[in-house]
Ligand binder design. Structure first.
Ligand code: PA5
Length: 440
């Protein structure tokens, strides 16, 4: 289960200040749980851990087994934002950091940018592999995945007789261009439920299918989320999501801490930071409000961002995701000459050094005026990832309601799209094209 420690905030906040935010967080919890808050038609994610039927899990596993039988060794997962970050986070966290997973296809991601070089190089890989593709778009109309899919699809159609069997679409149940195309071409499809927004969709087929295709256990993922849900639905001062929402809002509103940095000392959790940034950034950053979510991997980024965090403008607090148990053991050896002067560490696990770096950083950053929240999981596995996904989603709902924001829309994302369509001269955007050309 996910645990939280707020001890590293004590030097900065008074108990009564925290208590008053705890009360606000209780009210926000009631709003979320009661389904009465803004955007309450997007609360389907709340009960996904218990609502996901066995048949859906089995359908995901059936695609995995079918593609295995076809010899697929590369799966291109196409999607952007909430339609890829959860899956990428889980797969990167669970995978060996250097070696491929035996018996499972390599899973790569596309459609999350518009770089020509990226797509060209992706196609170099696709051409060398036995390829299948999962295309994910809830709206079914997003430009980035649509462009990538057109290119990957063309390759699949040209090169495989069983092309339609090598494409799975995850989209709306009824509407959108991807739904229409899937029906016409006979692709297998999975549904993104109407009442689950993109960034809350990791426990739907949007996350489950890519994760199972990469060879990981989605039943354990769902079990972790279900157990976490049980813990978080109990209202009280021990509720780790309520504590997190209360403290981050106190630091923001009471102390001007406008930036939250999600820290991990595990490089395999880099994409947890990316997923979390989207979740909190898109959910809370509205109406001129919100904590700016940033992320770092330490100790790597202590040698790049460490200076600013220690001594720059005091706008930030840190939330460190601690992993209690490493998966592997590496012990530092002894060296007769000791030219590197590391013999004082001989016999120690590398993880011991990592922990001391973690503790030393925490104390240094407290001294530098950076409050510290700690969130910990037992280990990096499917169960704990399911738990932390659910944890951060639930806490995000509470936190946004506490801030007075609808966490389930993203009106600001449309602004760049409108300009891009105008500049690309998309049919229907003629007036916008005329207007934008006058500006440049
Ligand atoms: O959280 C969200 O809703 C967004 O980030 C979407 O996931 C993202 O814009 C992709 O949208 P779609 O799945 O409709 O292509």
């Amino acid at each position: 289960m996910v645990k939280i420690s707020l001890g590293g905030c004590k030097p900065f906040v008074k108990q009564e200040e925290y208590d008053s935010y705890l009360n606000k967080a209780y009210a926000a919890f009631d709003e979320l749980q009661g389904g009465k808050g803004a955007g309450n038609d997007f609360l389907g994610w709340l009960t996904l851990p218990e609502d996901t039927p066995e048949s859906l899990v089995a359908e995901c596993e059936a695609v995995r087994d079918d593609w295995k039988a076809r010899g697929v060794n590369l799966v291109v997962v196409i999607g952007i934002g909430g339609s890829y970050l959860g899956a990428r986070c889980a797969i990167e966290a669970l995978s060996h950091q250097f070696l491929p997973k035996e018996g499972s296809p390599r899973v790569v991601f596309a459609g999350n940018n518009l770089s020509e070089d990226y797509l060209a190089e992706l196609m170099d890989l696709v051409a060398k592999c036995n390829t299948a593709c999962v295309v994910i778009s809830k709206s079914g109309t997003t430009t980035e995945p649509a462009v990538a899919f057109r290119i990957v699809k063309e390759h699949i159609y040209k090169n495989y007789k069983d092309s339609a069997e090598r494409i799975v679409a995850i989209t709306d149940a009824r509407k959108g261009a991807l739904k229409t195309l899937s029906t016409q071409e006979g692709y297998r499809t999975f549904v993104v439920p109407d009442n689950v927004g993109g960034r809350y969709s990791v426990l739907t087929p949007v996350g489950l299918l890519p994760i199972v295709l990469a060879g990981y256990d989605i039943r354990a993922l769902l079990k972790g989320a279900a157990d976490e849900r049980k813990a978080l639905t109990v209202k009280g001062e021990d509720n780790a999501a309520i504590q997190y929402a209360a403290m981050r809002n106190l630091l923001y509103s009471g102390f001007g801490k406008k930036v939250e940095i999600l820290v991990s000392f595990e490089p395999r959790l880099q994409y947890l930071g990316e997923w979390w940034k989207q979740l909190y950034g898109e959910s809370e950053g509205k109406e001129g409000k919100g904590i700016y979510p940033a992320s770092v991997i330490f100790t790597t980024d202590l040698h790049s961002m460490g200076q600013f965090i220690q001594e720059g403008d005091r706008v930030m607090f840190e939330t460190t995701v601690k992993v209690e148990n490493a998966k592997r053991n590496v012990v530092i050896g002894s060296d007769r000459e000791n030219l590197d002067q590391l013999n004082y560490l001989a016999g120690e696990h590398v993880e011991h050094c990592n922990r001391m770096a973690q503790l030393g950083t925490k104390l240094a950053h407290i001294d530098g005026g950076v409050p510290q929240i700690e969130i910990s999981i037992d280990r990096v596995d499917e169960y704990n990832l399911g738990a932390i996904f659910y944890y951060f989603e639930f806490a995000c709902g509470i936190s946004a309601y506490l801030l007075g924001i609808n966490p389930f829309n993203q009106p600001g994302v449309e602004a760049y799209k409108k300009n891009m369509f105008a500049l690309l001269r998309k049919p229907g955007y003629e007036k916008e094209t005329e207007a934008i050309l006058k500006r440049i």
